[in-house]
Design a binder for this molecule. Sequence first.
Ligand code: SAM
Length: 381
Amino acid sequence: MTDPGDEGASTSGSSSFLGQHLEIDTDSAYGDDSESVLSAFTSAMSAATDYRYENGRRYHAYDDGAYYLPNDEDELDRLDLQHEMWKMVLKGALYMSPIPDSVQSVLDVGCGTGVWSIQFAEEHPGAQVIGTDLSPVQPSFVPPNCSFLVDNAEKEWAFDQKFDFVHVRMLCMGMHSWPRFFRQCWENMEPGGWLEVREIMFPWGAAGHGPQDLEQIAKSPLLEWSDLVRQGAAKVGIDTKACLRFEELLRGQGFVNVRRKDVQWPLGIWPKGEEQKKLGAYAVENLKSGLQGISTAVFSRNLGMSREEIEVRLAHARKDLKEGRYYAPIFMYSCQKPDVQKASAEPAFEARTISDAPASGKHSDNGKDQEPESNGRRMPQ
Ligand SMILES: C[S@@+](CC[C@H](N)C(=O)[O-])C[C@H]1O[C@@H](n2cnc3c(N)ncnc32)[C@H](O)[C@@H]1O
């Protein structure tokens, strides 16, 4: 793993790179090694920051090509807006798992701008939070209990600690093997720890139609665009519908207390209700740069489309987005690594989402979360 904060560049002693307590190296096996140290540091950093520029967007450099969305300023602004949308979905909460206040070690895989890691660290000053990503795009001014690493989550993990909460949000366009990923989560978690995974699915859906409705997809440039994202990703072994199978995969790995919540992000202000309208308005804003960011690399690299063809499809999809009643299917899972030392009583599960009925008091988990929601929009089977 490459630490953008640079500690990996220090080769001697226990101090930080800029640190106090520097020891004098009187016995260097390398002779005057300042040049080699500097060059190792420079190449580690440039492996992460020699970005790829393509079709007017900037893409990650570390393990070039592993992920299909850009990492430029437009994308980072979009991710921060999207973070607000996620919070709206959970009524202001950062997570839905019933983690204890004493949570200590937290991993945010594919942390993007780091906004979730930073806010979680602020809310839990007693926890140490590590965010990992292919891109070192996180701010350097962060709470003291928060740090970031450059890492590809699909490679073997090399943490020297175990985590009691692992958070994963919207990694799907960079994930080729979810079973392997869940195995690594399991191996790097404390017994009793929680894993939370929240994903968007492609293709998307329309009011009254499921995202699998091929006839509807053929009629709508936006839904067709979303299905082309699925097709382009599938060419390189990325299954953008894998989130439908997470429950089976998580249970297969051994996780217990698996909870699933299905939510539909309205793309526009067409649904009833103030909160849904606000979410829909944010989604439209998010897709202003999002449609291009999500699809350009996957269309050009994997489907062989020219820039002109992509722009034409985007123009049609944008027009359709304004006129139709569409939604993006979202799947949220929470599960626990069993603690064999402790009897595993089912913990209370109180997460409430934007689509839970108001005035019903606290959400009580009776297994109904898996049921499709019935506000005129069909959920995928
Ligand atoms: C859509 S963004 C979501 C960012 C963040 N989780 C959030 O919800 O705000 C996906 C992030 O995952 C990162 N990513 C994708 N595939 C990855 C992989 N295999 N290993 C590490 N990071 C990955 C990308 O670089 C990007 O920053």
